[in-house]
Design a protein around this ligand. Structure first.
Ligand code: 2AM
Ligand code: MG
Ligand code: MG
Length: 282
């Protein structure tokens, strides 16, 4: 059967690779002017804005009726609405802090949803030159090679990824450390942070880490990579173990349900302002 969205996916791959190679990698050679958004450690550069505009423009030419949720467009005041319409969910640079510092995990993330379901996800890791792709029902791939989550069932022999986010409120930081302490003390083999939610989830899809959890990231961090996890055989759930909600800003992505549930028991959960809350603030 012909795949309705294959053309759109091909376009996403070309756009993400082009932006990553020609814009992100080039910009790494130059001085990067850094601005801030929600806090003094929530960074944005002109490259983030340029990449987002490039991708959105190229999609609009081909698919004039499609909708967009883009990190930098939302920061500029565009609404963050996930409807049933075909919607491109874009994080032009996932890992801006890494980009600013030259820490080598920087991704362009493009997800595509129809009827609020992710149809394909594309995550291009610009410095590793790795193209992660997933199409619903057709598997996950890295540079064309199929991906499979880890087969580990013993949480004590697992590596867990998480991030520290950009919220430095002492209560939020205390919560992060409380969860981290509990997870480390399970004990697990290790805890890692790539500095980008999308790449952390691609690491779950690749089988290098058993689970990734975080609260506070946004739909554009998760959309594309969430499909990479499930199409590689993994599971998504809420940080309290319930069903995953793309707009809730909370996720556990795990190789299997038992490891996911085990991590959920150790997390001190809080509820960030949802991405679809009426007065959305980043
Ligand atoms: N100071 C910071 N440290 C880590 N992640 C940050 C951050 N500020 C913003 N983030 C964003 O939060 C996500 C989840 O941790 C990251 O993928 C990153 O996406 P960004 O680079 O697209 O802003
Ligand atoms: Mg991001
Ligand atoms: Mg970003």
């Amino acid at each position: 059967m012909a795949d309705l969205w294959q053309d759109a996916m091909d376009h996403a791959v070309t756009a993400a690779r082009g932006a990553g190679r020609q814009v992100v990698r080039e910009a790494l050679r130059e001085d990067r002017k850094v601005m801030t958004k929600s806090s003094s450690v929530d960074l944005v550069t002109q490259t983030d804005q340029k990449v987002e505009q490039l991708i959105i423009q190229s999609v609009k030419e081909k698919y004039p009726t499609h909708r967009f949720i883009g990190e930098e467009s939302v920061a500029a005041g565009e609404p963050c609405v996930l409807s049933d319409e075909p919607t491109w969910i874009i994080d032009p640079i996932d890992g801006t802090t890494n980009f600013v510092h030259g820490f080598p995990f920087v991704a362009v993330s493009v997800g595509f949803s129809v009827n609020r379901q992710i149809e394909f996800g594309v995550v291009y890791s610009c410095l590793e030159d790795k193209m992660f792709t997933a199409r619903r029902g057709r598997g996950s791939f890295c540079n064309g090679q199929p991906l499979q989550v880890s087969a580990q069932t013993d949480v004590g022999q697992s590596v867990i990824a998480t991030e520290f986010g950009s919220n430095r409120d002492p209560e939020v930081v205390d919560g992060i450390f409380s969860s981290l302490r509990n997870v480390l003390a399970i004990p697990v083999h290790g805890v890692r942070s790539a500095g980008t939610a999308a790449i952390n989830m691609c690491l779950v899809a690749s089988g290098c880490v058993e689970a990734y959890y975080e609260m506070g990231m946004h739909v554009w961090d998760l959309a594309a990579a969430s499909l990479l996890v499930t199409e590689a055989g993994g599971v998504l759930m809420d940080v309290e173990g319930g069903p995953f909600d793309l707009m809730s800003r909370r996720v556990i992505a795990a190789n299997n349900r038992s490891i996911g549930q085990r991590i959920a028991r150790e997390i001190r959960a809080y509820a960030p302002v949802r991405d679809d809350a009426p007065a959305h603030t980043q």
